[in-house]
Write a protein of this length. Structure first.
Length: 226
């Protein structure tokens, strides 16, 4: 019985300009199973966002292998990579990055469109997520009519819209006060548990760590469990 969704095997990443290179990630091994919510903490510049970008197929590793649902991600062609990103991965960033000219409902429907989910199913899923995230009464509002917490909840709904296997959150609470921040992390946790997904959150906020199953520390490109 296979329970792991995400596996990283000896992943390293170098950045360089030809003259000099720096190794930003050093032989990272990580397995995340269904229903697990993982946190990564660590100092600025230690490689946390680079790691999330590699897992999310936005960057390719210099060495090593990443598998999502038993599929080796970075060996796929570009077109396939776009599909993997659209269907298998949900991103939540520090700022919600909503599209200013779309109302809340349309922000979600556009994701369904990109992930090639059929209309009926997309409608149903958008409505269900808005209900779960307590946003139904806001579905026809535009981003500039929403509070910070509401916008971030829309960003969470958007990340879950394509029913991805893996959720990647890079400091999702940084722009929120502590109560709203905790709400947002609780919602991610509930979604992970109820839909059996895998999630990785980078955070500077120690107060959120009790909501996570395991906590890792990133230090100078090395990942270790706390
Ligand atoms: N595209 C790039 N080209 C060259 N160097 C890069 C690139 N992206 C990141 N780096 C470097 O890699 C290192 C890790 O950066 P990263 O953004 O992963 O850190 P981080 O842990 O997310 O930091 P923070 O907590 O400040 O967000 C830094 O030294 C950064 O300058
Ligand atoms: Mg970062």
């Amino acid at each position: 019985m296979e329970q792991s969704i995400l596996e990283l095997k000896s992943v390293s990443k170098d950045f360089g300009d030809g003259n000099s290179t720096i190794r930003v990630l050093k032989k990272i091994n990580l397995t995340v199973n269904k229903g697990e919510f993982i946190a990564i903490v660590g100092p600025s510049g230690s490689g946390k966002s680079t790691l999330l970008s590699i897992i999310g197929a936005l960057l390719t590793p210099t060495v090593g292998e990443i598998t999502i649902d038993q599929q080796i991600v970075h060996q796929q062609y570009n077109k396939k990579l776009n599909q993997i990103r659209a269907k298998k991965i949900g991103f939540i960033f520090q700022s919600p990055n909503l599209i200013p000219y779309l109302d809340v409902y349309s922000q979600l429907r556009i994701v369904a469109h990109i992930a090639k989910i059929d209309n009926r199913q997309g409608e149903r899923r958008a409505q269900e997520l808005l209900k779960r995230l307590d946003l139904s009464h806001r579905m026809r509002n535009y981003p500039n009519e929403l509070s910070g917490g509401e916008k971030q909840r829309v960003a969470i709904a958007r990340a879950f819209m394509s029913d991805p296997s893996v959720i990647l959150a890079d400091e999702p609470t940084a722009s929120l006060d502590s109560v709203r921040g905790r709400n947002v992390v609780e919602m991610i946790s509930q979604e992970v548990k109820s839909s059996n997904k895998a999630a990785i959150m980078v955070t500077h906020d120690e107060r959120m760590l009790d909501l996570c199953d395991r906590v890792y520390n990133m230090e100078d490109g090395l990942l270790s469990q706390k």
